[in-house]
Design a protein around this ligand. Sequence first.
Ligand code: AMP
Ligand code: GLY
Length: 432
Amino acid sequence: MKLLVLGSGGREHALVWKLAQSPHPTRLWVAPGNGGTAQERLANGRLVENVPIKAEDLPQLLAFAQEHRPDLTVVGPDNPLALGVVDLFQENGFKIWGPNRRAAQFEASKAFSQDFMLRHGIPTARSGTFSDPAAARRFCEELGGRCAVKADGLALGKGVLLTTSVAEAHRAVDEIMVDRAFGAAGSQAVIQELLEGMEISLHALCDGKTARLFPTAQDHKRALDGDQGLNTGGMGTYSPAPFLSEAELASVGRQILEPWLAGCAAEGIDFRGLLYPGVMLTAAGPKVLEFNARFGDPETQVYLTRLENDLVELLMASVEGTLNRTELRWSSDASVCVVAASGGYPGDYRKGVAIQGLEAAAARPGVKVFHAGTALKDGTLVTTGGRVLGVTAWAPTLQRARDEAYAALGLVHFEGMQFRRDIAAKALTPAS
Ligand code: AMP
Ligand code: GLY
């Protein structure tokens, strides 16, 4: 079976690593991939092949598929989904995993998602959707200025401003809706009440009718220790997160997924892919902050090091609508991923810096170094992005997984490397 994976981040390296462990693939291409994906080997000994086509270049991707006939294409990032890569491939007779353009609106439009949640009784923050800045400002006043002001469209995870006073909230509305700091994504804004509590990531694999909930994970979105600094794509994750028992997780999953599935059925939305709700566990119960329509990054790195199923078979079941016959199986190990980022990220940073120590880190048992912004240049591995590596370790306890991830990270070096030292710390020293 021939596979094509779209994307180039740590999430895609983790997907490729896990897909390559299956006996099914005979050939696996990644467009465009990174310095790590091209080092993975399939069960038949063949190397994974990077293809220099961007994940958003739909015409080139289709041409590649027409020439090489992949049996399944797996979409990693949100952009190609919002651009309709799934619809395009399906129209041309190709099997592809991921939500179609309409279903991908859960991530591509916060206004769509928020209105859907209100229509179908999915627990979420008190909120409103606005295209008129004056009305948006009035709603912020009603909320006493304690708001999350969000640009409607995709803004690389950056289009959200949290405010605690009316003056700040007014400025946030102006920035997003008037100055268009995030471009056209700000023609509409969703404003939510500011929620307090513990934030967790949920993932559910869906096939249009059935949703299979993953264990919990927690991301660390801020750049600096103690959740300080700017928002990033995610500086580290761990799974499971200890804030919900299994029974509580099942209950939270039901509260979100049952009305979500019923709403999709009622509105004729055929979601085959990964639904990733960001959830705040508040004193008044779980509330969905947003939906993503793809695997999280770096959540994927910790999930796939715990997943025991064959990922090719799972994604095929999601495409073909047979998830009701499949149970997810998870290792009881905990997994921790610490992201090594370029100095300055999420602001400006240097590229092309040589990376050392990867062999020593990779040689440790129970460790996998996933690449994100890396490339092989004249035989040397160099940095090409903000998030460079996701050093991931798994072990019977969270403490050991965390110690091992940091020990492996300590063997890796590149100039300007920055990382958080407190990944998973919240789980080990609960706030008193
Ligand atoms: P989003 O992209 O909508 O998940 O927002 C980015 C981040 O902002 C989330 O991961 C939360 O940490 C924070 N956030 C979003 N909405 C809210 C809210 N209503 N209350 C508190 N924090 C929020
Ligand atoms: N971990 C954050 C994201 O994937 O959006």
